[in-house]
Design a protein around this ligand. Sequence first.
Ligand code: NAD
Ligand code: MG
Length: 390
Amino acid sequence: MRRVSIFGATGSVGQNTIDLIDRNPAAYEVVALTGGSNIEKLADDARRLKADLAVTAYENRLEDLRTALSGSGVEAAAGQAALTEAAARPVDWVMSAIVGAAGLPPGLEALKQGATLALANKETLVCAGPLVLETARKYNARLLPVDSEHSAVFQALVGEDIRSVERIIITASGGAFRDWPLSELAGATVEQASSHPNWNMGQRITIDSASMFNKALEVIETREFFGVSPDQIEVVIHPESIVHSLVGFNDGAVMAHMGAPDMRHAIGYALHWPDRQDLPVDRLNLTKLGQLRFQDPDEARFPALRLARNVMQRGGLSGAVFNAAKERALDLFIAHRISFPEMAWIVESVLDRFESSDGLLDASLTLDNVLQTDHLARKWAEEAVMQKAG
Ligand code: NAD
Ligand code: MG
């Protein structure tokens, strides 16, 4: 039996992970499940999977969770500290599927107990890549990618020497607004941005796909995860989302990873690694697909990609600033306080303000500094909007 914990169990990746575990419950001992405000789903899953512990991120929901779990024998806990404590419970495998920088502290804690960390939460590496990799090394823990692009690259690299890699090509669907006239983006609504052409995901990553901030985070994640240089990473728009990413080698060969757009593939690969096991995903029918298209991303439409390149060049705490400003800008867009294109404008102005504030981006990369930087970047994102509004 493998002991597993799932962080962000009530979300899109979390539920896909539970779907796989539900298909073979005898193989797993579920230790901790965590969620947010969907107490009912969290409690139902914790009961069914006989988890030891269920944690909600919200302290004021502890009583609700206790009530929902009464008589089940599942322990209840709440709050950010409880999340981190849950990550310290001994397990073999942890799914990191909280959305946002909130996934970083429990992720680091899971590495400190030497668990295998399946990383859907891309923010972990964007905010604190070197710290995360160093922690994994120090505690002999393993990181496995779950983002579909990174899982694809990871699979293409099996048996290869990273030194023979010339380039990594990350594919992007182009999101909801790929074919919109540029002039109409200012009028894009939250609802329009929340529908993805190919993938069924949480609302935040879906909107990030429309703005390409998701791809921008993934480019940084690629650099951190695989240790390649920024100029080795390319992004190509691929509307069908069938090729999940590609690796080009020094002999000109290119290995592409293909499959149906279903996160259970990447999650299952990380769950069963280094083995492959049967997964309930659709099989590809290439002749039915007929054709696969590829095109260059339009940088005017997607400034996020340019900002990601600046961040990789700048290093230090700029990844934490980039992510936090983006998270706050996204909150503001969802709250109808700013327009869709203003998100990128806010992120750029917060990055500029940090750049011109002596030493802020060059403080050492500790968890405390990342969290403080995150806090300040969110505050400055808010201030940027207030100033613009006059
Ligand atoms: P989601 O919004 O569907 O679920 C997020 C989960 O995190 C929920 O369980 C929620 O309760 C929890 N959560 C939210 N805020 C929290 C906080 N402050 N503290 C603790 N828990 C909190 O998100 P998702 O689409 O499943 O994405 C999860 C992560 O995986 C993100 O980092 C996303 O970028 C990444 N990812 C998702 C997909 C996908 O298919 N959905 C694909 C690749 C990568
Ligand atoms: Mg992805």
